[in-house]
Ligand binder design. Structure first.
Ligand SMILES: [Zn+2]
Length: 42
């Protein structure tokens, strides 16, 4: 999973999820089609 200062969808199969990770509110991209698209906001 990539960690970036900002995340965005890379294809139409990417899903944005938000939640608390490691104690901070973060945005994540989950992609079923292409696991390389998985990202996490830094
Ligand atoms: Zn994707």
């Amino acid at each position: 999973m990539k960690v970036r200062p900002s995340v965005k969808k890379m294809c139409s199969d990417c899903n944005i999820t938000t939640g608390k990770f490691q104690g901070k509110k973060r945005v994540r991209i989950r992609c079923k089609k292409n696991p390389k698209h998985n990202q996490r906001q830094g």
